[in-house]
Design a binder for this molecule. Structure first.
Ligand code: TXA
Ligand code: MG
Length: 364
């Protein structure tokens, strides 16, 4: 399949979005920017169109999609009714990086909801997304525009790398602003539940809702079955094995450990601020510095994970951050990418004492 590529910077006539919207209306899949990550869109009321998304991504069909709308009131036909909590969230945070789970109406195809009796809806704030949805004149079903299992794309070049030849078009509207996906809140029960932390923080939600619960699966409770079906898959995964390094003791050992480890295979260290300053240069050691605050880290995390793949490293060590504010979403993604593996100071010290063991740790 030929994949159209529209660069909005060179599109002075405004034809690009009209063409992209026409393809969406015809039942094709088109990628577009949102404020969080790039989405892979299709007409959300057309089951056959929605199936093309699953095919292009290689996404399991039991994983439901988010419907994207251009006006707040466009949620009304999609649901049998909004709870008070849902209404509060919509009033306060739309347009923006917040998805609400609501009771679904009969117009929502099973392909979108994967057989659930609820549907996920979001009104993005990105002007390109808003205009494209408006021109298409229909809710747009859109997961992140990556191949299933890869980190979500935050720029159009990355979408192209994953999707060229698999979809009808890509709208290049520049880099995303948030970098992690939207926060998903289930509003159908007594107390709202965060199913996926994201661009709107838990603190922001609590400010308007009072009590908000966290799906136990987010906190890493082993037995907990995530309520957002997609959260059970090994998402956001780079190719190399990855460990989160979080305690002050472990972070102190990180420079020496990384340098030693890089003698056996290329190593990437994802870190920022103070920790980045302590890192020492060495051959085969890639220091991927995200800067100084969580906003920057959220924006860069997926890109850095993909960079690790390109560099072909054998081991990724990633500095953990505190789980307040955007830190909750960041650590959720980072832990998933690492398959929940954590490297502690004791283990680092042991490995540093024994170079054969360290070598087999890096190469295993
Ligand atoms: O920021 C975002 O949300 C991006 C942009 C493109 O809007 N989209 C995105 O979509 O992240 P996706 O498909 O990668 O993630 C959607 C998540 C999945 O984990 C899915 O299981 C969950 O939403 N989900 C969808 N419908 C649901 C429902 N009815 N109940 C519970 N979880 C649902
Ligand atoms: Mg995704």
């Amino acid at each position: 399949m030929q994949t159209h590529y529209w660069n909005l910077q060179t599109d002075t006539e405004g034809a690009a979005l009209r063409e992209a919207a026409a393809l969406l209306k015809k039942g094709e899949a088109v990628a577009f920017p949102t404020e969080t990550v790039y989405g892979l869109g299709a007409d959300g009321l057309n089951g056959a169109a929605v199936r093309k998304i699953f095919e292009a991504k290689g996404r399991p069909s039991d994983n439901p999609l988010i419907l994207h709308i251009a006006n707040k009131e466009d949620i009304l036909p999609l649901t049998t009714g909004l709870t008070k909590q849902a209404q509060i969230l919509i009033d306060k945070f739309w347009p923006g990086p917040l998805t609400v789970i609501v009771a679904k109406s009969a117009v929502v195809p099973d392909e979108v909801s994967a057989g659930l009796d609820t549907v996920a809806v979001r009104m993005p704030s990105h002007p390109v997304a808003a205009e494209l949805i408006r021109l298409a004149g229909t809710p747009i079903a859109a997961p992140s525009a990556n191949l299933s299992g890869k980190p979500s794309p935050t720029d159009a070049e990355t979408v192209l790398a994953d999707m060229q030849g698999r979809i009808a078009g890509i709208v290049d509207g520049g880099a995303c602003e948030v970098g992690v996906e939207s926060t998903i809140v289930d509003t159908t029960g007594e107390v709202p539940v965060i199913l996926r932390p994201g661009g709107i923080t838990r603190e922001q939600l609590e400010e308007v809702l009072g009590k908000v619960e966290l799906d136990p699966a987010i906190a890493g409770v082993e037995a907990a079955k995530p309520k957002a079906p997609g959260m059970k898959y090994r998402h956001y995964a780079p190719k190399a094995k990855m460990y989160v390094v979080e305690t002050p003791e472990a972070l102190q050992l990180l420079p020496a450990f990384a340098k030693e480890a890089a003698k056996s295979a290329p190593v990437a260290v994802i870190c920022g601020g103070k920790v980045a300053e302590t890192m020492q240069r060495a051959e085969h050691l890639h220091i991927l510095n995200w800067g100084t605050d969580k906003k920057e880290l959220a924006l860069k995390l997926y890109r850095l994970l993909r960079r690790c793949d390109k560099l072909g490293v054998g081991l990724i060590l990633s500095e953990g951050v505190a789980e307040d504010g955007l830190g909750l979403a960041i650590m959720n993604r980072m832990r998933k990418a690492a398959g929940r593996q954590v490297l502690g100071a004791d283990e680092m010290q042991e490995l540093l004492k024994n170079s054969t063991q360290l070598k087999s740790f890096v190469l295993k």
